[in-house]
Design a protein. Sequence first.
Length: 446
Amino acid sequence: MASTYVNNLRLEEIGSGEQSGSWGDTTNTNLEIIGQATAWGTRAIANASTDNITIADGALDADRSLGLKLTGGGQACTVTLLPNTSSKTWFMYNATSYTLTFTCGSGANVAILAGETKVIATDGLGSGGVVHDLLTGVNLAGTTKVDDLVVGDDLTVTDDATVGGTLGVTGILTTTAATVFNGGFASNADSTVGTDKKIQFRDAAIHISSSTDGQLDIVADTEIQIAATTIDINGAINASGEIIAASLDISGNADIDGTLETDGLTVGGVAAKVAGKESIWIPAAAMYPSTTNPCSDLTQVETTALRPDLKVLDFAAAADDFAQFAIAFPKSWNEGTITYQPFWTVTGTNTGTMVWQLGGIAVSSDDTINTAFGTLVATTALAHSGTSNDLMVSAESGAVTIAGSPAANDMCFFQINNDASASGQTGAARLLGIKMFFTTDAANDA
């Protein structure tokens, strides 16, 4: 009976009565093959889309090495492990620059990326054979130490995790509980976030405190986003970057050099004033008829005894009448354009429309007041209701540019008139006052 090679290592099994006088040589070769199957070897992969790793029959061959370093290559390659009737385990180190995919039949394959190692095994089931990834679903019950840990998918930590090197996570890091000490996660070391990266906390509370200074430093061009959570900080916040938070509770000092974005900011439980659009009321009683083409003098009108009396300026229907007033805007004004909204009434039942116009001039200290007003800006025509003494509120006007290049501490003079040519009101319109809108670029006038 001739020799056979049907075992998983392809050792030569001598037939009965075979190899008289050379049986020892064959046995020694088999022992060397067994030693090679537990050792380290190197194999060059062909520069092709396919290649074979074949365990030789009865001869030394690096392809059967337990630890096999694969070099060469030049493109992604599918490597067939032969013979497919052998059941064998390898520590495969892909030292090429391309992905190697291992197959042994019609069953599942295993891909090893460039520079990575996997423990794989064939099942020896022939044409239907499967290549197994033996480190799938590994349960490490003891202490596992790593230098740099890179997670390509989700990482779930249900107990303590201590990382001595760099923890690189490209997927999602999920923990049932996270404790932060001095800026590090479950560590007394610093935690560093790379350039152009974001820290996002959702549906969790963040508590920052320390026995030393309890300080959170946010450097320039760094953004921290917190959604549906509360941050309690007992120390100081030094932020030259950006903080976006749903709820921020600061009991220490906050020094913010960048942008603080918040839906609502309170100080001592009271909403804090912030820069933006403001309004001021100028009643008719604060106005005076123009010397040229004046409206009527200020008049007090009784609606009904012991009901509201009106302080009004009457503007005739047939001509453009003018009134004037002056304002020193707050220092926080941005010296930009303004808008206005007239409040008026008619003692009568005519339903004609009213169009108002406003223009302004800014005068600085040591400048002449004898300067022309800026361009008049009209309101949209508004029809009177037809009911005597009904309050009418015109729509907010377009932007009014104040002439004279406004500056801080200027006195701004305004002129308002009825545009008789654009109005359709036949009765005298009574101006009660105007609401003026302006924009601030500072929270106060300090």
